[in-house]
Design a binder for this molecule. Sequence first.
Ligand SMILES: Nc1ncnc2c1ncn2[C@@H]1O[C@H](COP(=O)(O)OP(=O)(O)OP(=O)(O)O)[C@@H](O)[C@H]1O
Ligand SMILES: [Mg+2]
Length: 547
Amino acid sequence: MCRPLKAPHNDVIALSSVPSNFTQSVLGAGSTEEKGENARLSSFVGAMAIADLVKTTLGPKGMDKILQSMSRGREVTVTNDGATILKSVHVDNPAARVLVDISKTQDDEVGDGTTSVVVLAGELLREAEALVGQKIHPAIIIAGYREAAEAAQRRLQAISLDHSGDEVAFRADLVNIARTTLSSKILTSDKDHFAELAVDAVLRLRGSGNMDAIQVIKRVGGTLRESYLDEGFILEKAVGIGQPRRVENAKILVANTPMDTDKIKIYGARVRVDGIDKVASIEAAEKDKMKQKVEAILAHGANCFTNRQLIYNYPEQLFADAGVMAIEHLDFDGTERLALVTGGEIVSTFDDPTRVKLGECKLIEEIMIGNERMIHFSGCKLGEACTIVLRGASQHVLDEGERSLHDALCVLVQTVKDSRVVYGGGWTETQMSLVVDDLAAKTPGKRSLAMEAFARALRALPTIICDNAGLDSADIVSRLRAAHAAAPDACRAGIDIEKGTVGDMQELGIFESYKAKNSALMSATEATEMILRVDDIIKAAPRQRQG
Ligand SMILES: Nc1ncnc2c1ncn2[C@@H]1O[C@H](COP(=O)(O)OP(=O)(O)OP(=O)(O)O)[C@@H](O)[C@H]1O
Ligand SMILES: [Mg+2]
């Protein structure tokens, strides 16, 4: 018979007589525990510190940060991207880690809005801290925040615009979104150029959303404006000696195979021969093996052979004799991308040509970018394939340029999937804050205080954007609020950063993706809720090894 799992009643009575510091002895040696108010305070402080760290980078006039690695290379990164900054700082505070994670998730999901999400969560926590100070229980704050977030989300949905039916208007939306995303980044001075470039690249994907088909090549030299979009695929490699420099109607065998049977690979291996002619015969036998391999490869009928590994001189010569272009030592990324865009498969055995799928493209030729030779594959089987060649004065500029472009490409791919857009420049935040204020006015009880706090946190975003631009935030944000309150449905007012006033977002072309805004709102609320629920932080030391 099974014994009941429940402990007998008298055990419970025995536990209640345990002294209050009992938990200390439950936790292993070296473990620490923060309880109640202390735990909450340390969460608030940690999370707000992280939000303050990236706060100054928010908006088109936000500042950049220099990140310097303390390890040997002392590598320097100059960036404005919230996710990049947060990824590179090591934080010990658990609540701060939560914010770092939401920023990373935002980066993976939509690519943009990685600063906004952390700043919003920080502001929500700052407001919550004040409410806790007024002796409002976290559970009430959470309930109020949740209702407020739902109302804000409903409003966001209602005010989003969708032009997916009209191709021209939708393209204009995409260009505007790209310009807005790029306007807070290094590419801002050439944002029109890069916005067109990013939209062209994304529209080539025809909705597949496969960003791997867009390759970004960075080459130091020239200026950012000289960057361009190239149809096809570019490989940063050179053609082997004596081989054709141009191949039309190419059939490409993408391989990952060792060609070096001419080396005795086992170090220290000794081959004893009784005459110099035998050495020659070993060499001949090895050469013969290589020749057989090259013949097996040639039997596939490809006129271009690319290998992940080295090809070496003798096989290279054999390929040259057969009129086949051979390209050696591709990197992993290059090999996989080439296989993807030409529709081929990566091959490592060559016994049965019928089972091998060759890649195809119309033309392979050598080109020059800056003063470097590269190989250009055009008319690829995967018509989506394209390459963005970034030029710039230094590697740091190029790296930040690539990150910014990546943000724009990600947002555009998401917008092609979900075509809804909203105005930027504090428009959505003001709209949402108004409905939340409305809800607070109609809600009896302390929850309404939490809702008011939520609306204030939303308005903090346009305030910070103005502050970062050196504008009078109190004046602009209050005017923005008044304009929206006067005509909530028809108002298109947002911050005009250049003039330092309130401007028409439609005319200024400041658009953002609905998905980015929605996910920032929801992630920030969820993270805040999670942090608010904490009343105990236990840090357990790793168990000591015995013996
Ligand atoms: N020209 C502009 N005028 C006014 N506001 C703008 C303009 N361009 C962008 N914004 C606003 O700036 C905010 C975005 O700033 P920013 O790009 O620095 O941060 P993010 O997108 O949250 O994070 P990140 O780009 O680092 O991932 C948005 O709220 C957007 O509406
Ligand atoms: Mg941005």
